[in-house]
Design a protein around this ligand. Structure first.
Ligand code: ZN
Ligand code: ZN
Length: 372
């Protein structure tokens, strides 16, 4: 089976344009330079995809430090990204701090990424950068990452396409008496065959009463007729992720399950309709929550409505109760209401959507017809 997209045809990303936008924001965050330690942020700003490294961003030149494993890769990726003003220092982990310290010493206020620096690292930085005041920053790069460029949207959409094709290919298995684990394994294998570099998170396949646990792990339970099966999964293309949930049923849903799944579908439609440029995450959440409450399932909705998707499976903006995050044009978010009834089962429907200036465009397009 061929991949569903051509890697060479993906639109280019504007990596070089990101560092200047970050530099403009440093003063407002109370710092003159920023030490970027979260690897997704390092990747976003420099194009470097290795597993270890730090990027010190400053107006008079930036420095990427990494170790010998990434000597050639880091140089190639920096050149390919065209990010001007980033120097590369390849050194042992013990020598890297000296290189960083010599740059940091030129700046009175050095920002750290508070949510990714461990206690021990912070202590190390305090002695290493003793000539600078250390400033805790939160979400500086993450807020930039929330708005995607054309290349990023292309990659997320390709990951969504892979997931769409894969579920269509394998879902018939559910009617043949497979287990949750077998189905998850086959779905992930099909996504790999179609061009995914790996599942975007641990695939959820939850059948019957297991579906009442929103984040159940696949088990050896055999999927039976008439019960709901919650399948939550995604693909990864060039680091960018997709996220989709479909609730499926072998035959007709038994008992109150048809009413449950229909209520979730209605709530998901209400949520997608609410998504447009300028709406808050809280308003979209309220649309889903209100719809489920009207159907009598308000108490059964146990989680937030959605989240941003990109280099991480959960990123900004938050689509949650009372979230003031703005869903601006170019942000990519999920809309995923669910209802969960202990001992009976659950349903969740999720699409990844691109926010536009008027409404939104679903990037996941799998059928919502749940009967197999
Ligand atoms: Zn999901
Ligand atoms: Zn999700």
């Amino acid at each position: 089976m061929p991949p569903v997209y051509s890697p060479d045809a993906l639109a280019p990303m504007d990596v070089a344009g990101r560092l200047p936008r970050l530099l403009e924001r440093l003063d407002g965050a109370g710092c003159d330079a920023l030490l970027v330690t979260k690897m997704e942020n390092v990747r976003y700003l420099s194009g470097f995809t290795g597993s270890a490294g730090m990027l010190l961003v400053s107006p008079d030149g930036s420095l990427l430090v990494t170790d010998g494993r990434y000597r050639d890769q880091a140089a190639e990726q920096l050149a390919a990204a065209g990010a001007a003003g980033i120097e590369l220092e390849v050194d042992s982990a013990t020598a890297q701090p000296d290189a960083l310290a010599s740059v940091a010493a030129r700046h009175a206020r050095l920002g750290l990424e508070a949510t990714s620096v461990t206690w021990s690292l912070q202590q190390r930085f305090a002695s290493l950068f003793e000539r600078s005041e250390l400033v805790a920053t939160r979400g500086l790069v993450e807020r930039l990452r929330a708005v995607k460029d054309a290349g990023e949207i292309d990659r997320i959409e390709a990951a969504c396409d892979v997931a769409d094709v894969a579920i269509a290919q394998v879902k018939g298995m559910l009617a043949e008496g497979c287990t949750e684990s077998q189905f998850a394994a086959e779905l992930e294998a099909e996504m790999r065959r179609r061009g995914s570099s790996g599942a975007s998170f641990e695939t959820i396949v939850a059948s019957g009463p297991n579906g009442a646990k929103p984040h159940a792990r696949p088990t050896d339970r055999v999927v039976g007729a008439g019960e709901l099966v919650v399948v939550d999964f995604g693909a990864t293309v060039d680091g960018y992720r997709s996220d989709m949930t479909r609730t499926l049923c072998v035959g007709a849903p038994a008992g109150e399950l048809a009413r449950l799944v229909d209520a979730v579908y209605a709530a998901q439609r209400a949520g997608v309709r609410a998504v447009t440029d300028g709406v808050t995450g809280g308003e979209v959440d309220a649309a889903c929550r209100g719809s489920l409450a009207d159907a009598g399932y308000g108490e059964a909705f146990l989680h937030s409505t959605g989240h941003g998707v990109g280099l991480e499976i959960h990123e900004l903006p938050a689509v949650a109760k009372d979230s003031a995050d703005i869903l601006g044009a170019g942000t990519v978010v999920t809309v995923e209401p669910g209802a969960y009834v202990a001992g009976i089962g659950g349903a969740r429907i999720e699409d990844t959507v691109l926010v536009g200036t008027s409404g939104c465009r679903p990037l996941t397009k799998s059928t919502k017809d749940y009967t197999l």
